[in-house]
Design a protein around this ligand. Structure first.
Ligand code: 5RP
Length: 225
């Protein structure tokens, strides 16, 4: 089964977590986009939800599909968020941010009662780290932060867009893609990165995912801790 079919199957299965009247976090990335599209169809058929998007991209998509939106000004509790991931391990620790939205994604996840991760089978790993860890940084501090992360053993690259210019996040920051190889202690690394002045947020999501809905071949499984 091709990745895209798995992504759509996982997104479709995640709809079971959505109920009428809920506030729903809308993830970012190609798998989350399938979910937003399917949610849009449900809304057209009468489902009443309010969405909180994790990126400008997802907000625009939700608006184009007629999904009503809300903000943290109106509402600080999210019932369910459906988002993608770049990797997840057996403890449901995640690497996120491949799509550049890790900061808003983590803020939304932190306000969410049930964080549902939708994934194709390629995202399941024994140990995190094959995927370069995205770290969002304040531009002013970027060279300093890059040097400090290199000192932790990572190959660090500034993310660039298709035009070769630095990638700019929705919050106007840069992103460093940090290749650690297998990360032995994700919890410890998460603390080290959070303690680094100039790091706005990193893509290690620890203790946030409630369940991963993963499509593998023709079947969809729920992976829990
Ligand atoms: C965006 C993300 C995405 O959820 C992650 O990159 C997975 O994307 P995709 O579903 O396209 O594989 O974290 O910041």
């Amino acid at each position: 089964m091709a990745n895209d079919q798995e992504k759509e199957a996982a997104a479709r299965a995640s709809l079971q977590f959505i109920q009428d009247g809920m506030v729903v976090g809308l993830g970012t990335g190609s798998t989350a986009a399938y979910f937003i599209k399917l949610l849009g169809e449900k809304v057209k058929n009468g489902l009443r939800v309010r969405g909180i998007p994790t990126s400008v991209r997802s907000r625009e998509m939700a608006e184009s599909l007629g999904i009503p939106l809300t903000t943290f000004e109106e509402c600080q509790k999210i019932d369910v968020t459906v988002d993608g991931a770049d990797e997840f391990d057996p403890e449901l620790r995640l690497i996120k941010g491949g799509g550049g939205a890790l900061l808003r994604e983590k803020i939304v996840a932190s306000a969410t009662r049930q964080e549902v991760i939708v994934a194709d089978a390629s995202k399941q790993v024994k140990r995190l780290g094959k995927f370069p860890l995205p770290v969002e940084v304040i531009k002013f501090a970027e060279p300093l932060v890059a040097k400090r992360i290199r000192a932790l053993g990572a190959d660090v690259r500034q993310r660039t867009g298709a035009d070769g210019k630095p990638y700019i996040s929705d919050e106007n920051n840069h992103i460093l893609d940090c290749r650690f190889g297998e990360i032995e202690d994700p919890d410890g690394l998460a603390r080290q990165l959070s303690d680094m002045p100039g790091v706005v947020e990193h893509g290690l999501f620890i203790g946030m995912a409630s369940v991963v809905v993963m499509a593998k071949g023709g079947e969809v499984v729920e992976v829990r801790r």
